[in-house]
Design a protein around this ligand. Structure first.
Ligand SMILES: Nc1nc2c(ncn2[C@@H]2O[C@H](COP(=O)(O)OP(=O)(O)OP(=O)(O)O)[C@@H](O)[C@H]2O)c(=O)[nH]1
Length: 603
């Protein structure tokens, strides 16, 4: 189908969490007759369970809606979905870059919130036309006039004729569609120029290879086009182009102004990176689209099979996940305590948690993940420079001249009332205050320079809980800074357990050490001898607990000589041992690792 650009509208929906973004998207799809209501969850927003349960959108998607407007004309509305978490901010910015407009959903019972503003700014950075919409007007606590004035005053947007909707009941949904048709500018791109298209999403399909969602800015792309990725410099031949409507619908070509997908026998999403510009091999466009960023992992952790024998399964699972996730990296490593496993790199903590959960849910793998770590720079006395992402690989302190840690510039947007608690959290996390700006009478943006090491250690959760979820966090890597860092080891019965080793700031070491040894004491069952649990920096012990001795004689309960019962008990005890790790002559239950390695253990 050939469509002229003035009949196309490319838009995203943005909102603070829970303001009704997904519900509105479903309603728009339904109103344009694209899908049966009951099919929605399975098909279009065919998101992974995990995504749905956590209420976050991990993968970006694009759906094509055909809408017959009141003017009697038929329009193509390309709805481009955006994820909603700082770990994926880059992807949000790329999907917004594919649009001309954004529908800003504001819950009329809550008003403008931190993420409303954060998303609005992202959209304004891409020069998008913003269409505010008031949602949940069916609720008695809805205060349309107040929230309207808030949108005018804090967002600086005009609210005349703003659609007042209930995404839940479907009230006034046409107003939103009409608003999009009339107020989102239609694309303008020269079809006769060489191909220039933006990849705003890509995922791996086991039949077709990587499917790239693209926005064509200039020229056109069709089956057989030899394409060139301008940043990764890879070449491919297009095998299929099309749109997503009820399902993927093949088409002849995608032309300037339009949105769709292409397949080109691409084996790995690494070769079709979000943000890259696609052009033609033989007829290259002069400049790539701006904004491409190679996303590099910021957080690392070790992932080990919990049962030892599943190493190859873990590798296969990671390989499968990687095919679909350009930002996941891993390489094999070994740990004395945990055996063979992998060191994995992630965009951030949420990304790490998602991968860990997917290994569990989709691959049914029982894994142990070590504490997250960042990359440290180490200058040795002999002039050798090292990058360390596994604390176990840190050279002895005596060989180290100095160490540097990655710093991030944090931008925290919050209602004024939470400034005090936020500053306290940031100071606690070794943050250096930079400045604070008033967005309006009620809201501020606070800037802190913080060690990434502290940010990945439950900062986000603490921030959310101390501000009832009102503060939003965004962070950007800001280079390395020299810091007084030490390696802290944990010894169980005198044996160093490498999986527990941490790199921490000297001032934080004592506190962290206490929490870990206390946790371990609770988790390690008493055995026939006393077990000292120690935390040490070099040879200096900084915390200690002892699990006192106990003679656990399972046979003691069997008075009499029932031999078969005794046997049974011995068998049972053996079973129980399977879930143990042998550290020297101490048996440490799997749970002890899990308890300690969960990073919610201080403050
Ligand atoms: N009463 C009422 N409830 C609504 C309306 N729109 C959405 N909701 C409810 O508000 C909650 C959040 O809606 P979602 O569509 O999941 O919100 P979202 O912004 O997509 O949330 P995230 O995906 O978590 O960012 C759900 O329980 C919806 O049923 C509405 O118009 N009226």
């Amino acid at each position: 189908m050939k469509v002229s650009q003035d009949k196309i509208r490319n838009f995203s929906i943005i909102a603070h969490i829970d303001h009704g973004k997904s519900t509105l998207a479903d309603r728009l799809i339904e109103k344009t007759g694209m899908l049966e209501k009951r099919e929605l969850k399975e098909q279009v927003l065919d998101s992974m369970d995990l995504e749905r349960e956590r209420g976050i959108t991990i993968k970006l998607k694009a759906v094509r809606l055909i809408y017959k407007a009141e003017d009697g004309e038929e329009y193509i509305l390309n709805l481009i979905d955006t994820p909603g978490h700082v770990d994926f901010n880059y992807e949000v910015s790329r999907s917004l870059a594919a649009c001309e407009g954004a529908v800003l959903v504001v819950d009329s019972t809550q008003g403008v919130e931190a993420q409303t503003l954060a998303n609005l700014y992202l959209a304004l950075e891409q020069d998008l036309e913003i269409l505010p919409v008031l949602n949940k007007i069916d609720l008695p606590s809805s205060d349309v006039e107040y929230v309207k004035s808030e949108i005018e005053n804090t967002c600086g947007l005009d609210t005349e004729g703003i659609p007042l909707v209930s995404a839940k009941s479907g009230l006034n949904i046409e107003d939103v569609l009409e608003d999009i048709v009339y107020n989102v500018p239609h694309p303008v791109g020269d079809v006769s120029k060489p191909l220039k298209a933006l990849i705003f999403d890509s995922y791996y399909d086991s039949y077709k290879g990587v499917i790239c969602f693209i926005r064509v800015f200039e020229g056109k792309v069709k089956t057989g086009t030899n394409i060139y990725m301008m940043n990764t410099k890879k070449e491919f031949e297009v095998t299929e182009v099309g749109y997503v409507q009820n399902e993927r619908i093949q088409s002849k070509e995608i032309t300037a102004g339009d949105v769709g997908y292409i397949c080109a026998s691409i084996k790995n999403v690494r070769d079709a990176r979000v943000g890259d510009t696609i052009t033609e091999v033989e007829n290259k466009t002069e400049h790539a689209l701006p904004g491409y960023k190679k996303v590099t992992p910021m957080v690392y952790c070790g992932i080990y099979p919990a049962e030892g024998e599943e190493f190859t399964q873990v590798r296969e699972a990671l390989e499968k996940l990687q095919v679909n996730d350009a930002s996941l990296v891993f390489e094999p490593e070994t740990s004395q305590a945990l055996g063979y496993g992998f060191r994995c790199g992630f965009l951030g903590l949420l990304h790490m948690e998602i991968i860990q959960e997917r290994l569990d849910r989709e691959f049914d793998l029982n894994i142990i993940a070590t504490a997250p770590s960042v990359i440290y720079e180490v200058m040795k006395n002999d002039g050798t420079f090292l990058e360390i992402q596994n604390p176990s690989n840190l050279p002895p302190a005596t060989e180290i001249d100095y160490m540097k840690e990655p710093m991030v510039a944090c931008e925290i947007m919050t209602p004024k009332t939470y400034v005090g608690p936020i500053m306290e959290i940031c100071q606690n996390k070794r943050g250096v205050f930079e400045n604070m700006e008033y967005l309006d009478e009620k809201r501020v943006t606070i800037h802190y320079l913080m060690p990434l090491n502290e940010v990945i250690y439950d900062f986000f959760d603490t921030l959310k809980s101390k501000t009832q979820g009102y503060a939003s966090l965004d962070y950007d890597l800001k280079g390395y800074q020299e810091s007084d860092l030490v390696k802290m080891d944990i010894l169980i019965n005198g044996e160093l357990v490498d999986a527990f080793s941490l790199i921490v700031h000297r001032e934080k070491a004592a506190q962290r050490a206490r929490t870990i040894v206390e946790k371990l004491k609770k988790e390690i069952p008493r055995q026939q001898f006393a077990i000292p649990i120690q935390a040490a920096i070099g040879s200096k012990i900084i915390a200690r607990e002892t699990v006192s001795a106990l003679r656990k004689d399972v046979l003691a309960k069997c008075y009499g000589g029932d031999i078969s019962r005794k046997k049974k008990l011995l068998e049972k005890q053996k079973e129980g041992k399977k879930r143990m790790r042998q550290i020297g002559n101490v048996e440490v239950p799997q749970n002890a690792f899990l308890a300690v390695l969960k990073y919610d253990d201080d403050e």
